[in-house]
Write a protein of this length. Sequence first.
Length: 254
Amino acid sequence: MTPAGRSIRILEAAGRSLEQGGQPVELARLSLSAPAGWTVTATSPTTFASVPPGASVQAGFQVVAPPPATLFQTDAPAGFAQVGQRVGVSGAGADLYSGSDSYSTVYLPAAVGDTSTIQAEVVSHQNLTGFGKAGILVRNDMTASGTGPEGVILFESPSGGIQLEWNNNGGTHINAVMPPNGTIADTVPVWLKLVRAGTTYTGFYSTDGTTWTTVGTATVTAQADTQDAGLFVTSHVSGSPAQAVFNTFAVTTN
């Protein structure tokens, strides 16, 4: 992984060798690939009209990493790590339902607009048992656990299966769920997608990342035009953390 802001030089010419039996390479182009979310900006010319046999060309690029996600926890211990597009979240928490609003999340502040899609793959989990949960969480303020309006969660759970939960009266705790526990069997890896259209949120899941099945649709009051979006874990056992690995977390505004 390249540190943010570092200039890189690359010797690559449009997939063609710089030696072509004594003939020059015409219209050589240099490029640089980077992980999704990174910004690559050329700092010098990248196209060369002609490169003689045996010669080389070079270009400079500036690579900038995306803003880091923020870790928030309501029940220690918690932590997260990232390698490329994979993110690991470790956290405890009594539950994220009814009288409990306890979780650990890596989140992007103000990433969700009035019409947005939030998507991630749950690759695996460890020590997540019973009604522990791992998935996507969207709410007005990720740090307002138990005090601000609750939002929506789309998740997988060993006992609950794949479910959509939310608050249906503008309160501070989740109080509604669909479908009933165990209706959609839990499986990992699983792709989760939450689509927002104003106050309507629809959850989908996929076992292959291509074919999507609806989990449920909810109308959620007291939701701000701009919301935080995160990957969360609640172990359902206060003080005893579980871990989940996520991949390709993305938020797009439609």
